[in-house]
Design a protein around this ligand. Structure first.
Ligand code: F0G
Length: 357
């Protein structure tokens, strides 16, 4: 490993920006792809629809197209610092894409377990092109995570799922960015929940920002699971979780307690949205110029559900986190849109087809 190159590469990214707030030190070799510092976009459409100020934390703009990179830069840097040369994760896709990229950057071996048939093609492509050893198992995410934890206990390989505390530490930086951008915490913070690491991380970020005196109030944390994969909402493990939002197709979240604590302590809640509501929000975000993957639309779907139920206060400041990029899973965009008409390569028929003739 070229130490100088690593030092130079470490000039940006969330570790550098939040060095004093992360479990890193001068000896930590910083493995970064300049993640973080993602936009907080004002949504004029959702603000008008909900009679509130709605901001979108667009974390699909991280280097591998999801929020996972914030945690992965810390997890991989610490694994390297601790002398590990191999990492392992179970994943519905995004964690594996991120682990593969950061491990490649660090020159480490990366192994990933994915549930067979339920990982978006773009995410699989990322894990493969970055050289991860990808194993599809005949089982779901929860089984893959159980196996990964078991293997990491008995073999010299570092687990980089969000049960790795460094992942949560890195991901809390998104909350820091939100309070920096708004100059305060939002009244309500809405986001998708799968394995529940990210809501745990955001809550930690907000509470640390509060303890540091950066904000006076804490937001209500409102997490959203998919209806067919809503164990926290029903209070029961879901053996066979089902949803079109494969990223959050999880029946037994590892950070279950983190999610319920965040909701309870903040006066928030964990709710569920149907696949139909996720699809509608996926399309409405796209109509505003933002292409997310399905799971990433769950927070916005939750916002619209709350609005329909009269649960949004007039003029409230609301942040919805958009967790992953739509290009990872373009099939849904194509499948739910009309097929482009095929016409002769002449201006006349093209204009007629566009109703412009
Ligand atoms: N949104 C996206 C796009 C995700 O990929 C995930 C989780 C979540 C939301 C939920 O976050 O698990 O912290 O509650 N994806 C994991 C993975 C499980 O393997 O990529 P969470």
């Amino acid at each position: 490993m070229n130490e100088r190159a690593l030092a130079v590469a470490g000039a940006r990214g969330v570790i550098k920006r939040y060095f004093d707030h992360l479990p890193v030190g001068p000896a930590t070799p910083i493995v970064t792809l300049d993640e973080g510092d993602t936009p907080l976009i004002y949504s004029a459409r959702l603000s008008e629809e909900c009679d509130a100020d709605v901001w979108l934390k667009w974390d699909g703009l991280n280097p591998t197209g999801s929020f996972k990179d914030r945690g992965m830069t810390v997890a991989i840097s610490k694994a390297l610092e601790e002398g590990s040369n191999a990492v392992l994760c179970a994943s519905t896709g995004n964690t594996s894409a991120s682990a593969a990229a950061y491990a490649a950057r660090a020159g480490m071996i990366c192994a990933v377990l994915i549930p067979s048939g339920n990982v978006a093609l773009g995410k699989l492509a990322q894990a493969l092109i970055h050289g991860a050893r990808v194993i599809e198992i005949d089982g779901n995410f929860d089984e893959a995570l159980g196996l990964s934890q078991e293997m990491a206990r008995s073999h010299p390989i570092t687990l980089v799922n969000s049960v790795n505390p460094y992942r949560i530490e890195g991901q809390k930086t998104a909350a820091f960015e939100i309070v920096e951008a708004l100059g305060r915490a939002p009244d309500m913070h809405l986001m998708p929940v799968g394995n529940a690491g990210n809501i745990t991380a955001y809550w930690r970020g907000y509470t640390e920002a509060h303890a540091a005196g950066w904000i006076r109030e804490l937001p209500a944390m409102i997490g959203w699971q998919a209806g067919g994969a809503a164990p926290i909402v029903t209070g029961k493990v879901v053996k066979d979780p089902k949803t079109i939002a494969t990223a959050i197709r999880i029946g037994n979240p590892a950070s279950w307690n983190g999610a319920t604590e965040a909701a309870r302590l903040s006066g928030g809640s964990i709710g569920s949205v149907r696949d139909k509501e996720i699809l509608e929000s996926y399309r409405s975000l796209a109509a505003e110029g933002i292409f997310v993957e399905l799971a990433a639309a769950a927070g916005v779907a939750g916002l619209r559900q709350m609005h329909a139920q009269g649960r949004i206060q007039h003029g409230a400041t609301i942040v919805c986190v958009l967790t992953g990029h739509g290009l990872k899973d373009p099939d849904w965009a194509v499948a739910t849109a009309p097929r482009p008409p095929r016409v002769a390569a002449e201006a006349g028929p093209i204009l007629r087809s566009l109703d412009l003739a």
